[in-house]
Design a protein around this ligand. Sequence first.
Ligand SMILES: O=C(O)CCC(=O)C(=O)O
Ligand SMILES: [Fe+2]
Length: 292
Amino acid sequence: MPITETQAREAAEQYREEGYALVRQFIDGDELQRLRTETARIYQEGLRHPRTWRHGNLSFEILPEEDFGARYVIQAYWIAWISEYFESFRRSESYRVLLEPILGQSIKQVAQQIHWKPPGAGLTGYRFHQDLRFREAREAYVDIAGSTVNSGLAIDPSTMQNGCLQVVPGSHKRGYIGLSDDGDGQIMKGLTAEDELRAKGIDPGEVVPLEMEPGDMALWGLLTVHGSLPNQSQQDRSFAISSYVRAENSERGEWAFRGGQSVPLGKTPQLCKWEQLHDRPEPHYVEDKWYA
Ligand SMILES: O=C(O)CCC(=O)C(=O)O
Ligand SMILES: [Fe+2]
């Protein structure tokens, strides 16, 4: 059963005021079971690749055995291309109800990701940052921050021990502050020291951990300061992230809803993020030891 319009309105209100929102039991029951089963299947699919692999928007980010002692899948992008379940889920009635009070009735999707934090993988934290840093081609959007919302759905229980998302309420009203933009800007290497937060005017005491049960949904914006720690437990934390934009303000993305109607993927992928979609559309492995 999709969330109610009242829940969605309340979430939109919290999102506007605080830069994030938490919706408990966005999905449950059989739907949640299907999500978990399909996520496990996709992890196994990713494990077939010895290194990071891309094909159009579809991609698996791999920590290879030669560098990590075992092979780990830490991210998958645009699995809708290999999963009927995720293709319809990304534009399901639950998402429509959730997104409409924030983005209106015509919506494109610019990111679809699953993040895993396999126990033992080590490099599974995300230093504090604002997602605006990931949006290339700002000219392809109008009012990009005001027209985008990110959503993260807990597939596994998400706890302090396994690296749940942490947010700074109200930080979306402070503009772009450049956290983790120093050095090589690689947000999965190292941790954010409390002093880095203080240097940008954030009291570490303001950070709110979002512990979530499977099926719970978090929303945050492109300017909301957030991050997460590496998994320090024996339980994985898989998390399904999707980023949606108000369609009339974006030249990029796959349609999700047009005038409130769910829109399936077309025959060919639309430009979402990577310029590689045009430069190197064929399947290929990526030589980028960003973790070295
Ligand atoms: O998976 C997480 O804990 C956070 C991911 C994140 O912030 C991102 O991909 O931008
Ligand atoms: Fe992020």
